[in-house]
Design a protein around this ligand. Sequence first.
Ligand SMILES: [Zn+2]
Length: 318
Amino acid sequence: MAQHFLLSAEARTLSLKCIYKGGEAKAYESFKRIRWSATGGNPVCPKCGCQEHYEIATRRKFKCAACGAQYSVTSGTIFASRKMAFVDLLAAIAIFVNAAKGISALQLSRDLNVQYKTAFVLSHKLREAIAAEVHTGEILDGEVEVDGVYFGGHIRPANVADKRVDRRLAKHQTGTRRVVVAFRERLGRTLPFVTKSEAEGVDLAKVWVDRLAIMSADEASHWDALHAGWQTERVNHSQAYSDHGKHTNWVESFFSRLRRMVRGQHHFVSPKYLYQYANHAAWLEDNRRRDNGTNARAVIAAAMDAPISRNWAGYWQR
Ligand SMILES: [Zn+2]
């Protein structure tokens, strides 16, 4: 039997060992090379685009020869005002891409010996950056599967049976339950959304799925509406998970990763951040067969392309 790709040496092109052996200077060069890949790592002024510059080497800054602006390799990116060393940032990204089910901020803070707050904001910034690779604005086509899964809003039953309430009733619910509705092309991209009900997936399909696509959904009645817009295949999961080639296995794989991420790493997710975890799981799913060095470079490139985060810049200073 052929060896699984993830078990092969080709899947391991980056390690913490080599990151820390290379040290701060080499990590800094990696960020420069990725940020300014078009000029072979030569700094480009983010204000005017000029390549002529003076180096303020002691502070790892540049001064533009044309407009006089001072900038660094992370200016104007999601890593702006970073305080972590580049080598730790690179290590954080390596750990982040190696974690197939995501990684909790607490675990990352222990691995890197940084404060919990630092690890929390950094992981959310990385998720925000890679979300741009998940939500590219392109619509899905070919064979597209759709499904929805509920997250959050768990009500712990009271210890004593007499005091337990009917947890199905709206008046006992916490209002924090959300659905992740995901579309997934077979052999292609995954596109998740957070909604209040699974039925909202039909309207999302109208925006994000090509009308010539063949859709697959389970037997839930709100998906009946899909037949009006698309050729739609249905599978009744109470009878079979795969019925003569009709299945939603691709999108289910995404959900099993997301469930394991939420349950096994984060234990609890607030409805406010659920979309971040859904995007993270989609990115991991879509890039699961890439070596870890390529994935780390993709995260850095996405972070360098991502503007200063409105959600996370100075999060703890507010
Ligand atoms: Zn300039």
